[in-house]
Design a protein around this ligand. Structure first.
Ligand SMILES: [Zn+2]
Length: 199
């Protein structure tokens, strides 16, 4: 879907910037502008991945979504966004959660297939959530990161009818064929699943 949408013209970009202070309802093309930045999770900030880094699709119409896959970036939040925006990297995730405050960025629409699991079957059927941090540095796994990520996962589970358990909310390390270890032994799964269930 994103792939076929034309890039906004320079005129429109400039016009958008100049009219940033004008009340929303006065803009004739406000709806089209909002659509190009739409997110699936209301409080997420749209930070588009390069269209070269995911597969455009029409989920859940063409592929059922029945898993959430939890990752840890091994990079900073800003570096992760720039990797997703780099067309040569061939990697992306639907969401990225920032360590310090749990801020959520959406980088790929949920209708599309992000490239995060390293396994096509698991990519097609899952939503991928990256968390800023390193597997061997538990201080990155803050209360805010757990709580806001859990709320995001809970919303995804509600939307697709995914059970809120460890059979359906997986670590990257559980994906068949992967050599990744994230989110690693410091990730508190008991706490996380509890938060998802009470979000
Ligand atoms: Zn991962």
């Amino acid at each position: 879907m994103d792939r076929t949408r034309p890039l906004p013209s320079r005129r429109r970009v400039l016009k958008g910037a100049a009219l940033a202070a004008v009340p929303y309802a006065l803009l004739p093309d406000a709806r089209a502008g909002a659509q190009s930045r739409a997110v699936d999770y209301p409080t997420a900030e749209w930070q588009s991945a390069s269209t070269a880094n995911y597969t455009a699709a029409d989920r859940p119409m063409d592929h059922a979504v029945d898993r959430v896959i939890i990752h840890v970036t091994q990079e900073s939040y800003d570096t992760t966004l720039s990797i997703f925006q780099n067309s040569s990297k061939k990697v992306s995730a639907h969401y990225l959660v920032r360590s310090a405050d749990g801020h959520v960025a959406q980088c790929v629409r949920e209708t599309d297939i992000a490239w995060h699991a390293g396994n096509w079957d698991y990519n097609t059927r899952s939503i991928g959530i990256e968390h800023e941090g390193w597997v061997d540095e538990p201080s990155y796994f803050t209360d805010a990161l757990y709580e806001r990520s859990a709320r995001l996962t809970a919303a995804i589970c509600t939307r697709y009818g995914i059970p809120r358990d460890r059979e359906h909310i997986l670590g990257h390390y559980q994906v068949p064929g992967t050599d990744h270890t994230d989110p690693g032994p410091n990730w508190d799964w008991v706490r996380y699943i509890r938060l998802v269930n009470f979000a």
